[in-house]
Design a protein around this ligand. Structure first.
Ligand SMILES: [Zn+2]
Ligand SMILES: [Zn+2]
Length: 367
């Protein structure tokens, strides 16, 4: 029997520890995959630091982190012949799993909004010390459960880029669709980390007339320009000057502002960038209990729409593949990732905590 390693987080903020388990045979409807490359997402960092999402109702450690990843089919359970689009799969097919699975029976699941299912969030966090053990992607294997969707990665997409499809890229594509970004609209993106850079490229691809990116780190702003930003603003300047510059560049304020900064303070400022009648998409500030002061009369008076979005529809993965196919030579995706070997997973986490790179990637198995 094949064995595989899992990097387990036993205690908040402590180094992960490797454990080795026998790789289970897939049950009916399941697929066991080898993890190839796993990226460290902002939510992994929150869970590492013990900042559990309020939606989870708390986390029960030990846990296996890692959900933004790409894998290769290792063994296929009875009844599975294709991916979730009907493409045939076999051992060796490279796939992106949707990292959640709706419960299928709540009012949101029956309305086609599995991404908002409360119980689907819980299912991300399966118990680390019970079979099948391979429940997160900081691991050499992963078990895709019966009914959990997954999609074969088109052969012209580099595996390195495909790793970002099932969280970061699908997240920003879905979010910008949800906020109704239209051709020719102006966009301000707050935060030039991995999500912010991808959102910049996607907004341009969707036909945004102008994309402005705001961040406090100069080299990130340089990257944002590489990813299509028409204008960048450093947060270290004067607040009033910053706001008036953004209003000038966007012709009176942005149609859409996107919060990907990961802090509620950014929302207070971001509200100032919006045009009358504009929309605000909140996707980064997932830190529970952190707040900001607000004057809701402004939202009412100016007809502002505010929308929070978490997760994504499964089909966003297909759109994400399509986006990469069309744009892989247009934007320097390679610059997003800093790659660490699986053995150095703790070093990788420290770099991600310190925000040294837009996206830290763990190379688990080479193709
Ligand atoms: Zn994520
Ligand atoms: Zn549900």
């Amino acid at each position: 029997m094949k064995k595989g390693r899992v990097a387990v987080l036993y205690e908040v903020g402590k180094p992960l520890e490797f454990r080795e388990y026998q790789v289970p045979d897939p049950q009916d409807g399941e697929v066991v995959i080898e993890c190839l490359r796993t990226n460290i997402c902002g939510s992994d960092i929150h869970m590492f630091k013990g900042e559990a999402f309020s939606a989870f109702g708390g986390l029960f450690y030990p846990i296996v982190l890692g959900h933004e990843f790409v894998g290769r089919v290792f063994k296929i359970g009875k009844g599975v012949k294709t991916d979730s689009l009907g493409n045939p799969i076999s051992e060796g097919t490279i796939v992106s799993p949707v990292y959640y699975k709706g419960c299928g029976s709540c009012h949101l699941c029956s309305d086609g909004r599995e991404y908002a299912c409360f119980r689907s969030l819980l299912s991300v966090l399966r118990e680390a010390e019970k079979p099948p053990y391979f429940v997160g992607a900081f691991s050499e294997f992963y078990v895709i459960r019966a009914g959990q969707k997954f999609y074969a990665v088109p052969s012209d997409i580099p595996v390195k880029y495909a790793s970002a499809v099932n969280c970061a890229l699908s997240q920003v594509i879905f979010g910008l669709n949800q906020i109704g970004l239209r051709y020719g609209e102006s966009v301000v993106i707050q935060g030039a980390g991995g999500l912010g850079l991808l959102a910049t490229a996607v907004a341009k691809d969707m036909g945004a007339s102008k994309v402005v990116v705001v961040d406090s780190v100069e080299n990130r702003l340089g990257l944002a320009r590489d990813f299509g930003a028409d204008y960048t603003v450093n947060l270290n300047g004067d607040f009033r000057e910053r706001v008036s510059k953004i209003k000038e560049v966007t012709g009176g304020g942005a149609d859409v502002v996107v919060e990907l900064a990961g802090t509620p303070i950014a929302i207070k400022e971001g509200m100032k960038y919006i045009k009358r009648g504009g929309r605000y998409l909140v996707m980064g500030a997932v830190n529970p209990k952190q707040k900001f002061d607000a004057d809701p009369s402004v939202w009412i008076g100016e007809n502002i729409t505010i929308k929070g979005v978490s997760l994504y529809s499964s089909h966003s993965i297909v759109m994400a593949y399509n986006f990469i196919q069309r744009n892989k030579d247009k934007f320097p995706f390679d610059k997003i990732f800093a790659v660490f070997e699986f053995e150095k997973v703790n070093e990788a986490i420290s770099s991600a905590v310190e925000k040294k790179y837009p996206r830290v990637q763990i190379l688990i198995n080479d193709t």
